[in-house]
Design a binder for this molecule. Structure first.
Ligand SMILES: [Zn+2]
Length: 103
């Protein structure tokens, strides 16, 4: 499964393999947080990394940490919160996920 493919919106090709989480032509990472940090480095150096790649990886990481049921409940709660607060949905989801996955 891929999180981002090379396209006009993306300078990276990121997917999951049996070896781990792969940023093609860079590295293979054991877990999602390391890959996310690497993708932020790409952004900082001016590469395009689509927002949906971060969203998919963050969703998956939350599901790994919390279990799919809890992660799903958090996403639903974030949708309600976004509606109430007028925050962009991605921001609401990220904040709620971060709060829930913080150790
Ligand atoms: Zn890379």
């Amino acid at each position: 499964m891929s999180y981002a493919r090379l396209s006009v919106d993306s300078d990276v090709y990121v997917y999951r393999s049996e070896q781990g989480y792969v940023c093609a032509m860079c590295y293979v990472f054991d877990d999602i947080p390391d890959l996310l940090a690497h993708l932020r480095d790409h952004l900082r150096s001016g590469d395009k990394v689509p927002e949906y790649a971060f969203v998919r990886l963050e969703d998956e990481w939350a599901a790994q940490l919390l279990g799919p049921e809890t992660a799903g409940a958090i996403l639903e709660a974030a949708e309600d919160w976004a509606k109430e607060s007028g925050k962009p949905i991605e921001e609401a989801r990220r904040e709620m996920r971060d709060a829930a996955t913080k150790q």
